[in-house]
Design a binder for this molecule. Structure first.
Ligand SMILES: [Zn+2]
Ligand SMILES: [Zn+2]
Length: 202
């Protein structure tokens, strides 16, 4: 399927406001909408955004099927996430039962822990003075960090090897302040650090 006959949405911007209109069944329908409602004024800026059906996205993203980004799954939630979800369920209901609790679950899902093994940039770039393995790589082990997946900005501009990596200048440790705010509201004491876990089948 091409963009011509696959579903898409239109992002419309004006005066700092942005909203997404759709889905449209394909480009012709979306273009018709633009010419009827947007094209007769220079007030709006728009672009087309391809949409992927949930079933197709699930296949593409699923880790055991290779996944688009070859990411191992988180095979368990952190104990703190489990406690927070239980507290939300106790006060407001299980997922899907209540808009209020769903808002909180969605917030928690955004601010989920991100386990990473990081090397110092100099070691990664072979610029350090540390002892070397026979293949030239640094022998200093990587260190494990747990960052917030949402709060920690990632490199989306430089391209190349560091694309998608967290900026070293802005590592936001998980639990981040939004998660800590939830903890405070529900009277949950966060542990000192998140529990490291072993990745299976990376
Ligand atoms: Zn966060
Ligand atoms: Zn090194």
């Amino acid at each position: 399927m091409s963009r011509w006959d696959s579903p898409l949405a239109i992002d419309v911007e004006s005066n700092g406001l942005q909203w997404t209109v759709g889905p449209f069944p394909g480009l012709p329908a979306a273009m018709r909408f633009v010419s009827e409602h947007l094209g007769d004024t220079d007030r709006y800026r728009h672009h087309y955004r391809p949409l992927t059906a949930p079933d197709e996205a699930a296949t593409r993203l699923h880790h055991s099927a290779g996944g688009l980004f070859h990411t191992p799954s988180r095979h368990q939630r952190e104990p703190l996430e489990v406690d927070l979800r239980a507290a939300i369920a106790c006060h407001h209901g299980d997922p899907g039962e209540d808009p209020h609790s769903d808002g909180l679950y969605a917030h928690l899902d955004l601010h989920r822990p991100w386990h990473l093994d990081l090397a110092d940039p100099e070691c990664w770039e072979h610029d350090c003075e540390h002892p070397r393995h026979p293949d030239g790589t640094c022998t200093i082990p990587t260190h494990h960090v747990v960052l917030c997946r949402h709060c920690t900005p990632t490199d989306t501009t430089s391209g190349g090897e560091s694309a998608g990596d967290p900026y070293p200048e802005c590592h936001v440790t998980w639990p981040c302040s939004p998660v800590l705010a939830l903890c405070a509201s529900f009277g949950i004491t966060p542990p000192g650090t998140a529990q490291p876990h072993q990745e299976s089948n990376p």
